[in-house]
Design a protein around this ligand. Structure first.
Ligand SMILES: [Zn+2]
Length: 131
């Protein structure tokens, strides 16, 4: 039951989300280093409209902005995680917890499409590394 894989269509959608996030993230990173974060929103939305992403699935503008902000705070690490997630999609292991190999719930994938761990394992890891 819960071992059922994601459908091709779902995989494609997560892939689009990840590609979108990566593009967005790179954009923001470049703009930040250029110290021009504030003027970017309308300009970059022009560029991004060419990406065939179903934005309705990702959420509203507000959601997207919050999303972007939280991404920027941890951008280089997130970029790596997004790349790793895209690799997992190619390898067919996307949506599977890297630690316990359970299926990661779709709700979690929607919230954090690049996550490699289920909620339980992520919580465990957090505790382990307690800085
Ligand atoms: Zn797990």
């Amino acid at each position: 039951m819960s071992a059922k894989s994601l459908t091709q269509e779902e995989l494609l959608r997560y892939k689009q989300m990840l590609l979108f996030m990566r593009a967005k993230l790179r954009n923001e990173v470049i703009e930040m280093s250029g110290n021009a974060l504030s003027r970017s929103r309308t300009e970059s939305s022009g560029d991004l409209s060419s990406i065939p992403l179903h934005l309705a699935d990702v959420g509203t503008d507000n959601y997207e902005q919050e999303f972007t902000l939280s991404l920027v705070q941890n951008s280089s690490g997130t970029l790596q995680e997004i790349d790793a997630a895209l690799e997992r999609i190619n390898e067919g292991t996307y949506g599977q917890c890297e630690n316990c190999e359970c299926r990661i719930p779709k709700a979690r994938l929607k919230a954090i499409p690049y996550t490699a761990l289920c909620v339980n394992c992520a919580a465990e890891k957090e505790q382990e590394k307690r800085w």
